[in-house]
Design a protein around this ligand. Structure first.
Ligand code: NAD
Length: 368
């Protein structure tokens, strides 16, 4: 049985396709606010339990972003490195056929690990509706991830937090971990808002320049030399980034980068979590107790899911940026106002659960 608590899980669909050997699972946690929305990952060691945890997290993320979506997630157990493109397509199409009955009423898919806009187009094609998933190519009505909605949302959430603290972002120093999709756009927009990005890292290390780094220069250097560490400045280990004397720290690449070994050395006053789970809750609590404003991942990096919602509505990129800005700014503000003793994650979870509960009550799924 799938019951965990009052919220879910609603459905766990485990599938196997004899012809292609495809094995997968689609977990629908809660659909009180709308169809469960969450990505599809294709990895060789994915488990049902992992997908359940991710589906549950999507319920809270989508509710906190105030989207008419519930929470869901899918996992396909396969190793794309050992497949030809046609074999990968066969696996995607087999998965689509097996879970078609719940699409798009109960589940709307999206890209995740090892699935891209190409797989989304194939998945939607096999389901017979472009509403089956988001993250599709622009030529079939998609809003590509390359527009930078997530990094933009991180910059907006940070700007709101700075204002809430009664400070001015202009001239504030920033360190950003990771210079991929999220990190590059977070830098671009924070620079536009007047912040001074002094450190950026990638897998080769950190570049630290007290006088400030420029987004356009770093993009050029990354494209030419393959690493931001080729820029002018002091070259440090990647892990040193978290200990630099900056106002704002943006973990934007890997999980658990702030941990018990370095949390006491974090000097930033704001930690904007662009990556997923860059610190465990007990580590975040150490920061909060020191008065650091932590913008939790599911609040700060919700720009991507908000863009997905805009894609399902058929809106263009200009409208999408406006919706991301409005929703992230409003939700960050509500969270900061409700947070007691700086515990922003607890406040955000209470808001998200309250919204899901309200929808459940309205639909008669939750009786007082
Ligand atoms: P990406 O693959 O585009 O970029 C990752 C970056 O991290 C690369 O620049 C890489 O060089 C860098 N990196 C790798 N190892 C590193 C290390 N040891 N130190 C410093 N940098 C390192 O990924 P992305 O899409 O930017 O996603 C980053 C994080 O944000 C992930 O946790 C992801 O789950 C999360 N996230 C992304 C989105 C999105 O829309 N892209 C949405 C929500 C959350």
């Amino acid at each position: 049985m799938n019951r965990e608590d009052e919220y879910g899980f609603e459905k766990i669909i485990e599938v196997y396709d004899q012809k292609t050997g495809m094995q997968g699972v689609c977990v629908i946690h809660n659909t009180a606010r709308g169809p469960g929305k969450g990505g599809m990952r294709m990895v060789p060691d994915v488990t049902k339990e992992e997908v359940m945890g991710l589906a549950r997290a999507m319920t809270w993320k989508n509710a906190m972003a105030d989207l008419p979506f519930g929470g869901a997630k899918s996992g396909i157990r396969a190793d794309p490195r050992k497949m030809t493109p046609l074999q990968k397509e066969d696996i995607m199409r087999a998965f689509a056929r097996k879970i078609k009955d719940v699409i798009p009423g109960e589940y709307i898919a999206g890209p995740d690990m090892n699935t891209t806009e190409k797989e989304m187009a194939q998945f939607a094609d096999e389901c017979g509706t472009m509403k089956a998933c988001t993250g599709k190519p622009a030529c079939v009505g998609g809003l590509p991830h390359e527009l930078g909605s997530t990094g933009f949302g991180v910059a907006i959430s940070t700007k709101v937090a700075v204002k809430h603290m009664g400070k001015d972002l202009n001239g504030m120093t920033v360190a950003i971990e990771g210079f991929g999709n999220v990190g590059t756009f977070a830098m671009k927009f924070l620079e536009e808002y007047g912040a001074k990005v002094v450190a950026v890292s990638d897998s080769k290390g950190t570049i630290y320049e007290k006088t400030g780094l420029k987004y356009a220069d770093l993009m050029k250097i990354k494209a030419e030399k393959g690493t931001v560490t080729a820029a002018k400045g002091e070259k440090l280990d990647a892990a040193k980034l978290f200990e630099l004397p900056v106002d704002i720290l943006i973990p934007g690449a890997r999980p658990d980068v702030i941990h018990k070994g370095n949390v006491e050395h974090v000097k930033a006053k704001i930690v904007s979590e662009a990556a997923n789970l860059p610190a465990k809750y007990e580590i975040e609590q150490v920061l909060m107790k020191k008065g650091v404003v932590v913008l939790p991942d599911f609040v700060a990096n919700a720009g991507g899911v908000i863009s997905s919602y805009c894609e399902t509505m058929g809106w263009d990129s200009k409208t999408m940026f406006k919706v991301v800005e409005d929703k992230i700014a409003t939700n960050t503000k509500i969270m900061l106002e409700q947070a007691k003793e700086h515990d922003t994650r607890k406040a955000a979870m209470e808001i998200a659960k309250g919204r899901v509960r309200e929808a459940m009550e309205m639909r008669g799924w939750w009786r007082k």
